[in-house]
Design a protein around this ligand. Structure first.
Ligand SMILES: Cc1cc2nc3c(=O)[nH]c(=O)nc-3n(C[C@H](O)[C@H](O)[C@H](O)COP(=O)(O)OP(=O)(O)OC[C@H]3O[C@@H](n4cnc5c(N)ncnc54)[C@H](O)[C@@H]3O)c2cc1C
Ligand code: FES
Length: 253
């Protein structure tokens, strides 16, 4: 475990092109983390942002704004800073169902490669954005949905959730857009199994270690970085989850 407030400077050894908007950045240090834990990635001169580990020595980045765009331009030999691992991660028992959306597949991918997932429902906008699909199909029963119908079910990943009996699973792990996870939570609540659901949240973070308050969630003031980022459905159903999120100034959006 490295110092919480000081990044370890690592050197990039490889950059893998995954999809038109996603790259995997491999570096020269190994971090011992549990699937679902995250690190704070310092991009020199730009920002420091939260990222799941996609391997002990890698992160997988989707380009959405300044920091992720800067990360996407880095190449072998460049340096970044890593603080972590932070957060709780997934705790699974029994038969496990995973539901991933877009880049939210990353923490579930590490769970799958550890042999921890029985059935994997994976949704993306289009076939080209299905990062890790080949590797996942080797280790789980993978079922795909794409918004544009270019692979698998034509529609949302929640449609394929409706086609299976979620009550057969002891743990249901999910990560993806908050509205997708809200659809999943609603379905688990109807079946009375929301406490089996483990939801990994992507919220705005500054410190990553429970100090600054920028990731706090109403109504209990849960800190996503310290108390999460994985929360069970029974906790989330009484929170601000999927009602609003907070921007970099803490304002509700
Ligand atoms: C625990 C955790 C793990 C994450 N793991 C990954 C990962 O493995 N790979 C990956 O690509 N991304 C991951 N993210 C999301 C990543 O942190 C954001 O995409 C990044 O901070 C955006 O920074 P930016 O400067 O590029 O974009 P910004 O300019 O900050 O924002 C661009 C757009 O992205 C949205 N955005 C900003 N921050 C977040 C956020 N934290 N989550 C979702 N949307 C955001 C903004 O609303 C805006 O629409 C993770 C987030 C968390 C909290
Ligand atoms: S990011 Fe600072 S308290 Fe969570």
């Amino acid at each position: 475990m490295i110092e919480e407030h000081m990044p370890m400077v690592v050197t990039i050894t490889k950059v893998l092109y995954e999809t038109p908007t996603i790259k995997t950045i491999v570096f020269d240090e190994l971090f011992n983390s549990r699937p679902g834990q995250f690190c704070m990635v310092w991009v020199p001169g730009v920002d420091e942002i939260p990222m799941a580990f996609s391997a002990a020595n890698a992160i997988t980045v989707m380009r959405v704004g300044d920091a992720t765009a800067a990360l996407s331009t880095l190449k072998e030999g460049d340096k970044i800073g890593i603080r972590g691992p932070f957060g709780n991660g997934f705790f699974t028992t029994g038969k496990v169902l995973a539901i991933g959306g877009g880049i939210g597949v990353t923490p579930l991918f590490t769970l799958a490669t550890n042999g921890g997932i029985d059935t994997f429902l994976f949704g993306a906008r289009t076939a080209k954005e299905l990062v890790f699909a080949d590797e996942l199909s080797d280790v789980t029963d993978l079922r795909i949905a794409t918004d544009d119908g270019t692979m698998g079910h034509h529609g949302f990943v929640t449609d394929i959730l409706d086609q299976i009996d979620a009550t057969e699973y002891d743990t249901i792990c999910t990560c993806g857009p908050e509205m997708m996870m809200k659809g999943i939570l609603d379905r688990l609540v109807v079946k009375g199994i929301e406490s089996r659901g483990q939801f990994s949240l992507h919220r705005y973070m500054k410190c990553g270690v429970g100090v600054c308050g920028s990731c706090c969630m109403d109504y209990e003031g849960l800190r996503v970085c310290r108390d999460g980022p994985v929360f069970t459905g029974d906790i989330l159903k009484n929170s601000e989850f999927a009602n609003y999120y907070r921007d970099s100034s803490g304002r509700k959006e």
